[in-house]
Design a protein around this ligand. Sequence first.
Ligand SMILES: Cc1cc2nc3c(=O)[nH]c(=O)nc-3n(C[C@H](O)[C@H](O)[C@H](O)COP(=O)(O)OP(=O)(O)OC[C@H]3O[C@@H](n4cnc5c(N)ncnc54)[C@H](O)[C@@H]3O)c2cc1C
Length: 404
Amino acid sequence: MKPVNMHRPSGDPAPARGSGRVVIVGGAIMGSFSAWALRQAGFGGSITVVEKDPTYQYSSTALSAASIRTQFGTPTNIQMSLYSARMFREIKRLFGDDADIGYREKGYLILGSAEQTAERLAAADMQRSYGADILVLGPDELRARFPGINFDDIGVGTLGAQHEGWFDAWSLLQLARRAARQSGVDYVTAAVESFELNDAKLTGVLLAGGQRLGCDFCVMAAGAWSGRLVAGLGIDLPVVPKKRTVFSFKTPFKLDNFPMLFDTSGIWIRPEGEGYIGGIQPSAENDADADGDFEPQHDQLEQSYWPALATRIPAMEQMRLQRAWAGHYEVNTLDHNGVVGPHHELRNLIFATGFSGHGVMHAPAVGRAVAELIADGGYRSIDLSPLGWDRIRTSTPMLETIVY
Ligand SMILES: Cc1cc2nc3c(=O)[nH]c(=O)nc-3n(C[C@H](O)[C@H](O)[C@H](O)COP(=O)(O)OP(=O)(O)OC[C@H]3O[C@@H](n4cnc5c(N)ncnc54)[C@H](O)[C@@H]3O)c2cc1C
């Protein structure tokens, strides 16, 4: 991977690049990082972020498990994670001494059966070739490192030795938002209802209440709402809301180096504060579009999560549920990857959405890419063209194989 220069600390002046009016739809992690990165890139025009709910209570960002991994099946995702992990390490330099996102590099431990071993070794080799630091561990090494976890049916575990772990997504959002505002980005509280077109150009964003914001560029960063929003433009963006429940619980089991653990059963668990959080991906037949439904799927706990957890970590048979919440993954049904870049006809409509459950970790890289597209007319640091609209238009998936 080509080394990428990080951003300048917020507040340092940048040489002016690019002008015009940018309107960003959605002011959570994707929208705020796009706005901040534009200013970092020296964009001299106006930037307005339109956010319908400044409490962010239903945004995926606020409801996320906020973890970062480099173990992906596609090189672009690995490169974006490495970019973000390096940024997280430098958070104080970039956002000030009070910046704290609670970044813990404790790794993702992804377990595989004996039959999956060859495939997992190949994935680790590929990930390493892009700069990820992945350890491949056999059952005995796993037992020695992680006592109390049952590895009897396991053939292999892969663990990120660095650049993987978790952080506080809410704090990260607040930092990006604060820095964007300090650099002259306007945040407007309103719902975008529709768009104004002239020839093959999006010329305005129309808000509930009748206000019009003229624009030279419009960035679509409305998360799980993005598909419906652009449907009004006749654009078929296959991004839909899928409900994911997170359980927060306490158990007497303690292990200092407990990583983010992905089990062969489909469950995940990681430490959070004094306890743990975890969840399980619903089966395809129980995964209808969520359509405004934020009710946690409580029955998952007894029916699938807890039995699988107690099998993997017998001491977790004893657990006390503290709370549960549900958020929406913004799932790109074509290939579970983000959509970044311009529409093929409406060239000034820039997508930054569809990250299917890995958007908080990738937002810093996506923001940078959006800024380069607008300020420089093309990618300069990480080439995100594999995530471009063309694959959606031509239904050519770039399948992400490591999906949780
Ligand atoms: C349970 C759960 C766990 C997750 N775990 C992880 C994880 O461990 N790691 C990871 O990287 N990612 C994770 N994700 C995914 C991650 O949260 C998302 O990919 C990411 O937050 C997407 O950010 P966003 O800014 O695009 O969307 P959002 O955070 O949803 O923000 C979109 C914003 O657009 C606003 N909006 C919508 N429509 C309009 C409109 N018409 N007008 C104005 N504003 C509008 C919304 O109010 C919202 O604030 C998880 C998600 C969930 C639900």
